[in-house]
Every structure is written in structure tokens, then in C-alpha cells.
Design a protein around this ligand. Sequence first.
Ligand SMILES: Cc1cc2nc3c(=O)[nH]c(=O)nc-3n(C[C@H](O)[C@H](O)[C@H](O)COP(=O)(O)OP(=O)(O)OC[C@H]3O[C@@H](n4cnc5c(N)ncnc54)[C@H](O)[C@@H]3O)c2cc1C
Length: 414
Amino acid sequence: MEVVEDVVIVGAGIAGLATAVALTRVGVKALVLERSDGLRATGAALILSRNAWLALDALGVSHKLNFMYPFIKEAYITNLESGAIQEISAARRASGNGGTRSRAVHRKALLETLAGELPTNSIRFSSKLTEIETESHLSSSIAVVHLEDRTVIKAKVLIGCDGVHSMVASSLGIAAPIHSGRSAVRGLAVFPQGHCLKDEMHQFIGTGRRAGLVPVNDKEIYWFFTCASPDKDLLSGDPRVIQREVIEKYAKDFPELYLDVVKHTDLSTLTWAPLMFRYPWNVAFGNLSKQNITVAGDAMHPMTPDLGQGGCAALEDAVVLGRHIATSILQNGGLDHAKMVETLANYIEERRWRATWLITWSYLTGWVQEGGSLWGLKFVRDAIFYGLIFKNIGSLMEYDCGKLPIFPFLEESD
Ligand SMILES: Cc1cc2nc3c(=O)[nH]c(=O)nc-3n(C[C@H](O)[C@H](O)[C@H](O)COP(=O)(O)OP(=O)(O)OC[C@H]3O[C@@H](n4cnc5c(N)ncnc54)[C@H](O)[C@@H]3O)c2cc1C
């Protein structure tokens, strides 16, 4: 069976669904191909900072989420070795309202909210991409997408939102991501009677280890733990074993508050993952688009989660890509296939350096925070990093990726 589509998006994660929503807003229907048999929400929750909420505003969906998730008002960092507690005042100052303007959100809720904005039959589940070919025509090219079930789909535009190990990215020749030498455990702790964190986020930092507690609402706390782990498969996949290892081995000297939260984990949410990233120079100078094919989200810029920016940046990508395609439609009176090469190249040029800096600062933040016990590194961390640099990194999370253009004909038909 052979089908021809205007836009095909591979992957129904944050990037893929948000990109499909952005295109829907500007009158373009996209087909989203997802290899799983439903929406995948690995990692339970994630922190969305101000840049993500601005992108969700542009996509017209922030109001469907923000009333469920309170702002994180205070954020504290405890140095496990010295016992010193630092308040992250930069975030407070940047917001001007005493809060961080970040919220922790259930991943499932985010994915379902985005998916709920799409026309029926926009997502095709159990559709694993296995091969990409290109057909060249006089002034344009077509991406030929082969699926595991032998379906062949021809796409005028192909957008790879297929995550860290993106097949679309490798078809563009972008170098594969690498293991950072660290891994992370994440989970959601449930307190049916309510927890005591209120709206405070806590981080705990020690040599080679970093952990955090982030309230999602008054009954659930998202927690994470990252540590140096040269072995990518350090822990087994059994959540009960992972929980025990965290409590009895990796974080055994952490404050009781932290251990108590880990003990309250809903084990169905607990996951362990090696932290991967792409070298920033591969993003700065790589072929992030070729002909009518490009990438967004982790497929473009996998980064360590030290600034909590991977998902936020995926939402930004969606808005920027939607805006470039919309501009092209407005200028050419419709989705002109031949103009898409230039349109995708313009999108990449707008995103390339932002993504490069996010990967770089995320990596450096993790390196400094979890760095060794050398006194020089501790001085860099406590005096220079938290004292001076961290305030400015906060502005990365305030970034406004802009709006989508309003299409008069779509407004009239509403
Ligand atoms: C420990 C940890 C903590 C994090 N914390 C935060 C945070 O607090 N805030 C934040 O913003 N970000 C955070 N991130 C990053 C965030 O999780 C990712 O950046 C985000 O999920 C990327 O979304 P995506 O849609 O690009 O990729 P993914 O979520 O990986 O989605 C890719 C989709 O493509 C599908 N797919 C893959 N291959 C194929 C194929 N061949 N055919 C069809 N479908 C395919 C997959 O099944 C999947 O559904 C964190 C990451 C980690 C590891």
C-alpha cells in the first residue's frame, strides 16, 4: 500500500505531538507515526520552565494544563558535604513575583493534552519507521518512509521527532549521541494524605551525585537521582530493585526527607536511564535538515537533564517550525512543496545556536554540580557557578520562542 502525505512526523512524544499541533493551528494536517501502541510517558513527570509555558501559550494549550499544576515558588540546593543550603535567588529575581515560573507536570497529561488538539486519525500507532529513501524530482524531493508493517508512505515534508536514537537524524548524517557517563532514576511518590513540601523544590548535591524533589501537586512529588555511572546498564530493569538500590546504596546518606519520598514511590512510574547527549558542535555545524527532511526535539538536540530543558526546547522547536511553515504558506498561497527546502533551512538556522547553547550549558551544569571532591572544583561550583553564572543561565529558561501567525480563514471557520 502506498500513501502520499503533505507532512509526516515520526514520533508521538512531546516534540512530535507539539509540532503536529503547531501545524494544525496553521491549517496543515500532519500524520504522526508512532512505533508504540499508545502514547508513551516514560519518566512520570517533567519540569516545564517559563520558555515551555510561552511555547504552550503559542500552541493554545497552556490553559488546559496550568490550572492543575501550581508554580514552584521556592527552590533550594543543599550541599550534602558542607550542609550549606542555598536558595536559588536568581529564579526569584527573574520572575519578579517570588516564584520560579516553573511547574512540574505529569508527562502523560502533557502528551494527552497535545494529542487531544489533533484531528481524529492524526496519530498512527504501532507504526515503526524502518527505512527512509528520497526520490528527487525536478524542483523538489519526496521522502519515502518504510514502516515495519511494510506500509510505504511518501511525504512532501518529513520531520523526525523520534527521540535520542533518531533514525531520521542518522539519515541526515548527524553524528550519534554519546553516553555522558552518568545515569538517572526518576519516579513519582504518592502521599494520599498530602505531603509537606508545599510549593518548594529541593536539590541535593554531593560528589558524583545529584538528586531532587519537585512537588507536582499537593499529593505527588516527582523525584530524581543522577550519578556517575560509566556502565550504561548499571541497574536492572526491576523497579523494586532500583528503588532499594537508591535507598540502601546510592543515596543512603541523603536527608531523611529525600529517602522518605523515594520510599513512597508508585513503582509503576520508576525508571532508570543512561544520560545521553549530542556533542554541541555536531548541532552547531551538522546537517540538521536536508531537502525536505528535518528533526526536532531530542532527535535534534539530546542533552543531559541538568537544566530540565530537553522537553521545553522540544516545545520551542514546534512553535518555530510551525511559524516558518506558516510564513511559507502565507507567502506562496499554500504549502508549496518546492519552497520547503528553504523553509526547513530557515527553521534550523533559528534553532541551531539556541540548541547548541542548551546542550552546552546543561552538560556544564551537571559537570560542575556533580564534579569531584577537589577543592578547586568546589570553589568553582559554590562561588563562581552558583554565585555568578547560575543567575544568567536562568535567562535561558525565560526564552520566548514567539507566536504562531493567525490565519484569518481558520479563525472564520471556528
Ligand atoms: C532523567 C531525565 C529528566 C528529564 N527532565 C526534564 C525536565 O524536567 N524538563 C524537560 O523539559 N525535559 C526533561 N528531560 C528531557 C525530556 O524528557 C526530553 O527532552 C523529551 O522527552 C524529548 O521529547 P521528544 O518528543 O523529542 O522525544 P521522545 O520523548 O523520546 O519521543 C520520541 C517518540 O518517537 C517514537 N519513535 C522512536 N523511534 C521511532 C521509530 N523508528 N518509528 C516510530 N516512532 C518512533 C518513540 O516511541 C517516542 O514516542 C529529561 C530527560 C531525562 C532523561
